[in-house]
Design a protein around this ligand. Sequence first.
Ligand SMILES: [Zn+2]
Length: 226
Amino acid sequence: MQKPFAAFLSLGLLAMPAEAAPSGGVTLTYYGRASVKLRTAGGLVVYVDPFKGDYAEPADLILVTHGHDDHNQVGKVARKPGCVVAAPAGAAAKADLAVVEGRPFEAAGIRVLPVAAYNKNHARGESVGYLIELGGLVVYHSGDSSRQPEMAELASRKIDWALLCTDGYWNMGPAEAAECAALVKAKRSIPIHSSPNGLSDAANEKAFAAAAPGALVVPVGGSVGL
Ligand SMILES: [Zn+2]
């Protein structure tokens, strides 16, 4: 007779944090710059743009947005057997898959669509962003970019979380990134790549959070349930 009651109790407890952050069972860890880990409750692990993080948990999929050193340190990442490294041609050492904007692929059951990401510092074709479908969520990683007309096409993609660069030097700044959060119709958003040179910049993160509805700032090394 104790067991059903215990189950009821734990369900009640689980429901509480879900109110604060609607949970698809996916945890995001932020490592500074554009580097994140997405981990499903079932243990699927995706890293985007490895640079200076803790990449000890073996990956199913490693996504690189472009070939700059602060985005493509795939050699630092532990991998499961069969792990796929995906990057634009020439952007990462020993990549398994050369991604092309607009050409979707699937790895370890994770669906990925490379999307446009470019500006005066990043050439179209050499650089992409990603729409990543996992754990029932759609996560958009902007890559290194500024506001582009192609972002309007993402509005129909039902993006749950947009990760948007906000440094204002190599890429768009916080105000423009907040416009992009609205443009792609993301339910929630997280500022990334907030500093021109460092791992993050508190002032840019704050400015983004003030301007973008549903924004959440994740500190470097911090994790959050999506
Ligand atoms: Zn960058």
